[in-house]
Design a protein around this ligand. Sequence first.
Ligand code: AFP
Length: 334
Amino acid sequence: MADSPLTLSEHLASQQASLSAPHARSVATVLGRIARVSAVIAQELAHAALRDRLGYVGGTNVTGDQVKKLDVWGHEVMESALRETRACAALVSEEVAEPIEMSEAAGANALVVCADPVDGSSNLDVNGSVGTIFSLRPSGGKMPAGPAALGRGTEQIAAGYVMYGPATTLVYTVGQGTHGFTLNRETGEFLLTHPDIRIPRRGKTYGINEGNVLSWHPGQRAFIEHLKTKDKASGRPYSLRYSGAMVADVHRTLLDGGLFMYPADWTDPQKPKAKLRLLYEVAPMGMIVEQAGGGASTGLERVLDLVAADYHQRAAVILGSPEDVATAEEFYRR
Ligand code: AFP
């Protein structure tokens, strides 16, 4: 009989040796708790229409998005779960302007968590996939702890996402490869189903909101034209796949290769405007994809080298198969 797959907690224990010793326990505690919260979120999503949880609350959040009932609920369950761990000193969430300080977590080993509890919420009311994205950084023991979230993406010590699709999948990295787990709905346990994910060197698909084509950098436009141009030898044209939820689009890209892109609006070349948020969308996905052997760039620089000066800063992103990302960067340089 085949060995039973590792549970997430067993896998976290096996990864502890690779974490910097002082933070190992906090990381395992926080990741384990996020996994439990995500099993609750999965349940809630499955029953949202039955419990009148779909639709808007009215009003916009700090990044200007219309807020849905499940955005608010997801934020609240994430906040209280992280508070209970006493290993999280601050939460930077898409739903609140300033970091939420958690004085319960004293000590130098406490972490700062950046999270988008329910990302892709435009998919909620149409029963499409959505996700949770998270990133962990050391707090350095300082209070307030929130400012420790500001800095380079290379300072993240763990990152992950949960995809709520036909199955609930959790993918995480602590800087030793990228690993995927599937929720067993009967036991509530995440089981290792995708160990050490390696993204293909090149892919066959690209994901982008092509409705924005007229606002793109000329290099971005030329690159998309290139992907659409027939060339049997290099497998072009690529097929377009885009769901409107970053987690679902990145998950496809991670497993099948190719590209997920959200380029900036270059209508005013002096002030390019990106959409996705650096701390809880772009940087964590950058770490996950790099740890799977892929690339993550703005077109002009590596996303993990971007320095966040603001909790809700935005950044362009082109991530995926390493050769495809390198080709995109060439188009930006031309
Ligand atoms: P929402 O959570 O507001 O739906 O935003 C989702 C998201 O940040 C990201 O998950 C998607 O990739 C991207 O926005 C989709 O944006 P467009 O609707 O502009 O294509």
